[in-house]
Write a protein that binds this ligand. Structure first.
Ligand code: SF4
Ligand code: SF4
Length: 133
């Protein structure tokens, strides 16, 4: 798969840019509705994608050899689905042919997040959500 094809797998949901907790004992990951301050709330994309580590040093680059970390991605993420041998959902832009379908299906984080620079870190636990698993 070329780099361009790999990148095109991203559905643009923005869910991976939400802060999350990992339970050390169970490995279960809990998402919050607090997003990286740089996430564009309308498009759910990163305006600094190419040089994002200059803005968020620990922002990760998803790659096919990322096996141990795929559980950090939401269950709907195309990269995780691919890793688990599952099909893309019909709202995925590559399936629907419409970039807006991820928003229309209510999968993206559009209109549902707080910015991390507006939230006290101690309050992060109160922002755990269940609409992303
Ligand atoms: S969760 Fe996956 S599909 Fe959604 S924006 Fe992040 S990388 Fe793309
Ligand atoms: S820097 Fe960009 S890709 Fe990384 S978490 Fe923030 S918005 Fe998402």
């Amino acid at each position: 798969m070329s780099e361009q094809e790999w990148e095109s797998l991203c559905d643009g949901c923005g869910r991976c840019c939400l802060h999350k907790f990992e339970d050390d004992s169970s490995g279960k990951v809990y998402f919050t509705d607090v997003a990286c301050q740089y996430l564009d709330e309308e498009t759910c994309s990163c305006p600094h994608y190419q040089d994002r580590q200059n803005y968020v040093p620990d922002c990760l680059s998803i790659n096919p050899n990322w096996e141990e970390k795929f559980n950090w991605l939401p269950s709907t993420c195309a990269y995780r689905l691919l890793y688990e041998g599952q099909s893309l959902y019909d709202w995925h832009p590559l399936v629907s042919g419409n970039k807006q379908s991820v928003h229309l299906a209510g999968i993206s984080v559009r209109g549902r997040t707080y910015r991390d620079n507006e939230i006290n870190e101690n309050q992060l636990f109160e922002h755990i959500i269940h609409w992303v698993k």
